[in-house]
Design a protein around this ligand. Structure first.
Ligand code: C5P
Length: 237
């Protein structure tokens, strides 16, 4: 698929990493600090999964998913929230049925391409000054010309503790062992996706977020991005 020419009117910072590494929290905080749009690519996969399940579409059928995607209107808002046909989705996207089906949806290359082209359209919206995008392949595939690519990593124990706190806050009764097992399963599904598998980029940085507070990690990211924005954009790689 042809990649859009770099749009220096709309720089992108891409934060990728495994599940529960904290990348969405950091991407939101960074977008807020910069006054940019936040684009959580995982929520776009989840929104399509939600629409497909509602229509009774089998998440293993790429054509049925593409048909579903063309039949709905998906919009992204500056804070990263996603709406489908005018309905803002939030808790719906975290439902266990979505967790189960979203990996099937994300396994289809043609579905990934359709979502990626829609996400790239954000850059041409006049009101978007810049984008902080997160996901698994935001820097490697969606926005390969991002001015800064950071792989947000964290050990599996730190990730499991974070995910357990989120799940418990949502009122779900579970154990750290179950949460850890689910994370490891998700890691191996993600790792099997070739070019879209989460991995540090050769032209990017790695931030180990196992033991940092949100403020510390956001401060580190800002210290990397601010000098880039002062440079002549055409010199950025
Ligand atoms: O980020 P989150 O865990 O909400 O993403 C949901 C799922 O969507 C992930 O498990 C992953 O399989 C898929 N995904 C992806 N590529 C992205 C973002 C998410 O494959 N860029």
């Amino acid at each position: 698929m042809p990649i859009e020419e770099p749009s220096w009117n709309c720089p992108v910072v891409a934060l990728d990493g495994p599940s529960a590494s904290g990348k969405s929290t950091l991407a939101r905080a960074l977008a807020k600090a910069l006054g940019w749009f936040y684009l959580g690519s995982g929520d776009w996969y989840r929104a399509l999964t939600w629409a497909a399940l509602r229509k009774g579409v089998n998440p293993s059928s790429p054509q049925a998913l593409l048909d579903t995607f063309s039949s709905i209107q998906v919009l992204g808002h500056p804070d990263g929230s996603v709406d489908v046909d005018g309905r803002i989705l939030d808790a719906e996207l975290r439902a266990p049925q979505i967790d189960q089906a979203v990996c099937d949806v994300a396994d289809h290359g043609v579905v990934r391409e359709a979502l990626n082209s829609r996400m790239r359209e954000f850059r041409s919206a006049p009101e978007v000054k810049g984008i902080v995008a997160d996901g698994r392949d935001a820097g490697s595939v969606i926005f390969p010309d991002a001015c800064l690519k950071v792989f947000i990593d964290a050990g599996v124990d730190a990730r499991a503790s974070r995910r357990l706190a989120q799940v418990e806050a949502a009122g779900v009764d579970t154990t750290i062992a179950d949460v850890r097992r689910a994370l490891e399963e998700r890691d191996s599904r993600d790792a099997a996706r070739g070019a879209s598998a989460p991995r540090p980029s050769s032209d990017g940085k790695v931030l180990d977020n196992s033991n940092l507070t949100v403020e510390e990690a956001t401060g580190r990211l800002l210290s990397w991005v601010r000098p880039l924005l002062k440079e002549d954009p055409t010199t950025l790689s």
